[in-house]
Design a binder for this molecule. Structure first.
Ligand code: SF4
Length: 442
């Protein structure tokens, strides 16, 4: 067996690409090694859409390059968004790398590596037209009882701060038949929580005709699989409509959880961001969701310090968060990305001021999260058990329907036994800022 060490960086969509490459490499005779010293192939699947991610990717590549210095026979391969964004510019910066593979060539990874001779620094960067298929092998890197289902590639929106469309290309949707084939195989393999992901989940099917959209896909998943938990991430505000909310209200297998990035609430800021909605639309959406799904957990993200943002805009945003009492809010300070439209905007917010605004929003949301979680104390909640807690072997860890994997808090279980993947009933006995504590009742 050939030995491989792989590092997957970035978002869940990139993780699915890593799982595809892992499946292909395993079929090609590779086995995964935790320790890079034992591997002849070192592979980093990179993220590259914002500067901190680019820096993290370069640090990881240089870290693995040290192993190659110690053993020059090793091959160092870099794939993913960093390659798609910078291509041959990386050759000079990273001479230790043998092969740079852009998104469109990842499914050829085994042939590309087999073809690697003495040559080094080869770059494959083509406009991204790649789309995943259920015919491609995939080796899950998540626990076997949960998985992501990537339903599209790319994005048709053109938010002024975002580099993703230039990296991943325009939106391409997978067919419903192909997605059902993959979801059925995942269900067969024991998946109990399937999280649907895309750059914009609500854009699904817009390139495949009127009968293909998120609602028709969900109806097919409900009818063709018995996966008990279906979770939705990355919805676009104005395309999150009543048909979807009604289906969620009727179908408890679609979890009462919605991740809808608002990015801001101020009309002038949203306009400059190129977002196709304003504050009134968001007010209306939050009210509608609460009408159809009273106990739905609402997650969003806010971008703070966008060019032109005023103190008044921040006050309005804080008022809205106080008023809406959202469950989970990811807050990010704006970064002017080279090549983005927003990088050219004047009236930038000074860094210090931006950090202060970021802190104010984080502090308020931590308070809101803490008080929201108090509402769970005394309630009986269904919990998907992840396994022994990372905190202590005396505790089990799991998540309620209102907590997404890898991004939200969890439930620490201090009484009762269960196996990873079990869905059990837990009485919540305590609540902290982001996590809950409880005991299994049956
Ligand atoms: S919706 Fe906007 S922010 Fe999200 S990936 Fe598309 S362009 Fe980027």
């Amino acid at each position: 067996m050939k030995k491989l060490h792989i590092v997957s960086l970035g978002c869940a969509k990139n993780l699915v690409d890593s799982e595809m490459m892992l499946g292909i490499l395993e079929l090609g005779g590779y086995e995964v090694m935790e320790d890079p010293t034992e591997a002849e192939l070192l592979l980093v699947n990179t993220c590259g859409f914002i500067r901190p991610a680019v820096e993290e990717a370069v640090d990881e590549i240089l870290r693995l390059a040290e192993y190659k210095k110690a053993d020059p026979a090793k091959k160092l391969v870099v794939t993913g968004c960093l390659v798609q964004r910078y291509g041959s510019d990386l050759q000079q910066e990273l001479p230790e790398v043998d092969l740079f593979v852009g998104i469109d060539d990842e499914e050829r990874i085994i042939d590309l590596i087999a073809g690697l001779g003495e040559e080094s620094g080869i770059v494959l960067q083509h406009p991204s037209r790649f789309i995943l298929s259920s015919k491609m092998p995939r080796r899950l890197s998540t626990p076997p009882f949960r998985s992501y289902l990537k339903i599209t590639e790319g994005c048709d929106n053109r938010c002024t701060y975002c580099m993703i469309p230039s990296i991943r290309g325009d939106l391409r949707s997978r067919s419903i038949i192909d997605l059902i084939t993959e979801a059925s195989a995942l269900a067969e393999a024991g998946v109990r929580e399937l999280t649907l992901i895309a750059q914009d989940l609500t854009g699904y099917g817009s390139d495949l005709g009127p009968d293909t959209n998120l609602v028709t896909l969900l109806k097919a998943l409900l009818a063709e699989t018995d996966i008990p938990w279906l979770r939705l991430l990355y919805l676009y505000p104005v395309s999150t409509g009543t048909e979807l909310l009604q289906l969620m209200a009727d179908q408890p297998r679609i979890l009462p959880y919605l991740d809808i990035p608002f990015q801001h609430i101020s009309d002038p800021v949203l306009k400059k961001m190129g977002r196709r909605y304003g504050r009134q639309d968001l007010e209306h959406l939050v009210k509608q969701i609460r009408g159809y799904l009273p106990d739905c957990a609402l997650r969003t993200t806010m971008l703070i310090g966008f060019p032109g943002e005023t103190e008044q805009d921040v006050v309005e945003l804080l008022d809205c968060l106080q008023h809406w009492q959202l469950d989970h809010v990811g807050v990010f300070p704006f970064e002017a990305e080279d090549g983005s439209v927003a990088a050219g905007f004047a009236d930038k917010v000074p860094e210090e001021e931006k950090q202060l605004r970021f802190q104010r929003v984080m502090e308020l949301q931590a308070e809101i999260s803490k008080s929201k979680l108090q509402q769970y104390v005394g309630r009986e909640e269904v919990v998907l058990v992840e396994g022994l807690s990372r905190e202590s072997d005396l505790l089990l860890e799991g998540r309620t329907r209102y907590q997404a994997p890898d991004i939200d808090g969890c439930v620490y279980i201090n009484e009762g036994t269960a196996n990873p993947g079990d869905i059990v009933k837990v009485r919540i006995t305590e609540a902290h800022i982001y996590d809950l504590v409880g005991k299994i009742i049956d």
